[in-house]
Design a protein. Sequence first.
Length: 782
Amino acid sequence: MTSEIGPVPGDDQSQGAPGRPARSRGPADDRRPSQRDDHAPSAGWGAARSVGRVLLKTREPIRGPREMLKMNHENSGFDCPGCAWPDDRHGLHLDLCENGIKHTTWEMTPKRVEREFFARHTVTELNSWTDFALEDQGRLTEPMSYDPATDRYVPISWDAAFELVGSTLRGLDSPDEAAFYTSGRLSNEATFLYQLWVREFGTNNLPDCSNMCHEASGRALQAAIGTGKGTCSIDDWDAADLIWVMGVNAASNAPRMLTSLAEAYRRGAKVVHVNPLIEAGARRTIIPHEFLAMATFRATPTGTMSVQPRIGGDMALVRGVAKAVLEAAETDPDVLDQEFLRAYTADFVQYRDLVTAADWAELVHQSGVDEATMRAMAQDYIAADRTVIAWCLGVTQQEHAVDAIREIVNLLLLRGNIGREGAGPSPVRGHSNVQGNRTCGINHRPTEDFLTRLDQVCDIKSPRAYGLDTVHVIPAMREGRVRVFVSLGGNFVLAAPDTTYTFAALRNTELTVQVSTKLNRSHLVHGRRALILPCLGRTERDVQAAGPQGITVEDAMSEVHLSFGNRPPAAPELRSECAILAGMAQATLPESKTPWASYVDDYDRIRDTMAQVLPGFEDFNRRVREHLGFRIAQPARERIFLTSTGKAEFHTAELPDVLPVPGQLMLQTMRSHDQWNTTIYSDNDRYRGVKNLRTLLFMSRADMTELGLGEFELIDITSHARDGSTRSVYGYRAVAYDIPTGSVAGYMPELNALCAVGDYSEQSDQPLSKHVPVTVCKAAAG
Ligand SMILES: Nc1nc2c(c(=O)[nH]1)N[C@H]1C(S)=C(S)[C@@H](COP(=O)(O)OP(=O)(O)OC[C@H]3O[C@@H](n4cnc5c(=O)[nH]c(N)nc54)[C@H](O)[C@@H]3O)O[C@H]1N2
Ligand SMILES: Nc1nc2c(c(=O)[nH]1)N[C@H]1C(S)=C(S)[C@@H](COP(=O)(O)OP(=O)(O)OC[C@H]3O[C@@H](n4cnc5c(=O)[nH]c(N)nc54)[C@H](O)[C@@H]3O)O[C@H]1N2
Ligand SMILES: [Mo]
């Protein structure tokens, strides 16, 4: 695939070439890379210093912190766009975190990208800039349209931009020739308008970032317990006496979880981290709001046990624990919740027989964890009355993720750890509103129930055929089946797998439309026509005909609350996402009976319609204005399992073989501490002790010795796709790390170049970002 397309301008920087080292997508200055063994407690003072540096860089040292005080505060401030971890329910803590602050100040930069900027630089020239440099230009200020004659973006009026979108969409042979991407920032209200426009237009082509993130969790939980979400609330976390944290780098990606983990430790709960790397969050933290602890540098541990499986080894590990639990139940039946198993579950006997027959040696081999450790985990599990199991991308971005998550549910079911206080499955969602996007209709596989209600309430006729998701829309664009790509937020070309192929796919379209706050690669890798439509950020005031508007979001624990921006808009021309969507919809559907303009005048009207379409949103406008909003009811939390049997279903999947073939290593691609998905703040990764280096590969000492590699030695990495094709990056550096032999790790989005677009999970259709077989060799000379 790669050779057919050849190098494409702008996509080679993180790949390099033989003898020419790759370049990071961060600042990529020439400072010398280094690594130290960093065992400083996470959060706390180190975080405060790091935040200070970002605030200084964005020149916001005074305004920044003041805005922060308004963040995450009941209904009077804006929801932190940083992550989906819930807010403190008791309103006692000023529960801010380093990365939320960095993320918010990144949006509040005083720098602006104006028309003069685009006049000075051709797109070809901008494509040679680093991704850091692009975003560092600041906030976008007015709509721009690509002019092929000059290879530049030029100003366009909002009306002309909408008309270009509308006429291009109307000119397609079929609505299925367009696709509409969502990144998980979009508010519930904008989400609802977006999917309404797309379905009224006539397609379910709604790929989203969730296709790369937690699709597997949704599918597994839906099948097992009849709801696609976790059942835990933050109160359940507070009541648990055992918490497993699987495949999450909490200290960097959900820092406010550390508060829950430290509190759990203090009340004597066990906290078990399951991760091939021992991440900072598995050690100890200084809780940011505890000023006394900060003053005395007193750190609280955030883990009682760390287990290091091989990459992809989680399912075998969980099955091993289940096996030990079932063995214990043979002598003491009370080890299992017999009552619960009888009344609420299906297929327990089949599962018990499968697990009893499983071979310890095979479980040890596939998990990479010894039997004694699995037995010790089982002891903890049996001793606990209330167990929460949380997981994130380390579990979901695998071929067998759906089976692995169902195995997690199997284990929870054995002791009735669902639908009661302090217990349950708890996926850690990513983007701040990725869960709300799904709830409010972004789904390429909508249910008939949802479409029936949408059609009735909104008086439209939705298409029934399933649409394209992320991994399927890319080849569709490459092959010309999808000709228009609209993107609400995000940075699709860098977030998606197979950078070279994805670049070529986008460049093969007729029109790309990016609704964004900042300049990024996706604006420069575009269709024959291209639009950049700049929108208000979440921190900014959104005033419409009926006055200042708030939007709503749903966090990872199904809490829905209002968010009000309070800063002046970054530029007068900016429009809200709702207004931009309504503008594009009206231009696309001139005969539409949907009251687009009226919806934008007053978002309460959108919410009134949503209340009629979405179960759990009854009386939306009133309930969301109550103190701290409301929680969407989770039937499974009440032990109502909306599966075909009406019970929670045990799943009996065969154990997969997750080992790389001899001579290959298994690569997982992850985030550094100083990045937000495709936004890279610096080339440092503080908790892993790395400075000035992103083009790296973390390897075990044993693997480095085996390959004859010295510390920081230059290497080339080649991935091996299922179809036999290979992809390479050049001039990376080997960095020794405490990681199981045979497993290696590096950073997204640089290493997306190694992920083949055709290599996605058959269970979830997620790209296999954490299961990439690679070979490594010393860098070739140029
Ligand atoms: N600051 C910051 N916060 C963020 C983000 C960000 O980029 N920056 N991104 C947001 C988004 S969209 C998401 S989805 C989340 C992502 O949050 P995470 O899931 O923490 O994201 P990753 O950095 O990909 O880290 C994956 C973790 O899984 C581990 N892992 C890899 N393979 C395996 C495996 O086979 N088994 C197990 N048990 N563990 C494994 C890795 O070592 C790593 O600790 O964070 C959200 N929050
Ligand atoms: N190899 C590999 N690939 C991965 C992953 C991995 O772990 N490994 N993780 C995957 C995951 S979990 C995810 S979620 C995706 C992330 O994929 P995306 O969500 O597509 O990417 P982001 O980097 O979060 O998007 C950043 C851009 O969003 C825009 N933006 C920021 N705020 C706003 C706003 O308020 N409104 C609008 N309209 N735009 C805004 C800015 O222009 C910014 O440049 O990447 C996936 N890709
Ligand atoms: Mo994500």
